[in-house]
Design a protein around this ligand. Structure first.
Ligand SMILES: C[S@@+](CC[C@H](N)C(=O)[O-])C[C@H]1O[C@@H](n2cnc3c(N)ncnc32)[C@H](O)[C@@H]1O
Length: 232
């Protein structure tokens, strides 16, 4: 598939080493978040197909998927090294696996398939406000009738301006993150300052409502990191 959108150049995820260390040290609450995800996916009563947008190496989702009723997995990401790792991490699943090197929005807008679960973890904050609006519209169109959108991302606090968020998040990285060197923390902060555009929860709910989602439920919250469940 071709890319309808030209995503901003970002080399941080082309080498997966630093992000892997961040996740291994649980700096972004992946352990708690993916325990929540497992609980939610185990509540799906029927077999389900899952589209993972910005799947990265799928290292946290792959073990969860071994214990749920998934019947097909599709992962989309812009990082070829991450997708190579995803292929390894997902190899124990018995369902069909499709991995696409593509922009997540281009992928959704070009394909006709409908999924029971659309999942996206820490990728949406890379899109501008206007592209997030397109994301919710495309996600709604790509969902099966009783499908759900499971969204994990960073969110600004109510009334927290973007520069204040960026400076508070980087201060937190420098003071509290473990398992990464000072140089790696500096690279992570630079990546965040250059690329991250998280919304507030209220703005996200508004974008989702405008796209036609009837419900947007906050499942859990770990500092700026939230798990949301959206449905029609
Ligand atoms: C912070 S990592 C998250 C990886 C994994 N989902 C997780 O939760 O650990 C963000 C991922 O989103 C991917 N990404 C960012 N913007 C994207 C876009 N427009 N289209 C597809 N992938 C994107 C990056 O390449 C990276 O693998």
């Amino acid at each position: 598939m071709t890319q309808l959108h030209e995503p901003k150049q970002d080399n941080f995820f082309q080498s997966w080493t630093i992000y892997r260390k961040i996740v291994a040290a649980n700096n972004m609450f992946h352990e708690q978040i993916y325990a929540d995800v497992k609980q939610l996916l185990q509540q799906q009563t029927d077999d389900f197909s899952l589209l993972d947008l910005g799947c990265g190496d799928a290292a946290c989702l792959a073990p969860v998927l071994r214990d749920v009723a998934i019947n097909a997995y599709t992962g989309v990401d812009l990082s070829a090294p991450a997708l190579a790792l995803a292929a390894e991490n997902l190899s124990a699943l018995s369902c069909p696996i499709q991995l696409e090197l593509n922009d997540l929005l281009s992928f959704m807008q070009q394909q006709q398939h409908q999924y029971d679960v659309i999942f996206s973890s820490f990728a949406l904050h890379h899109l501008s406000h206007a592209l997030k609006a397109q994301f919710f519209q495309a996600a709604r169109q790509s969902l099966a009738t009783h499908g759900v959108l499971l969204l994990i991302d960073t969110f600004r606090e109510p009334n927290e301006a973007l520069p204040n968020y960026l400076s508070a998040y980087c201060k937190w990285i420098n003071n509290d993150w473990i398992g990464v060197s000072a140089e790696e923390k500096a690279l992570a902060c630079q990546h965040i300052i250059d690329n991250d555009i998280p919304e507030t929860l209220a703005d996200t709910e508004q974008l989702a409502e405008q796209a036609g989602f009837a419900q947007c439920q906050e499942i859990s919250n770990y500092r700026w990191h939230k798990v949301l469940l959206l449905s029609n």
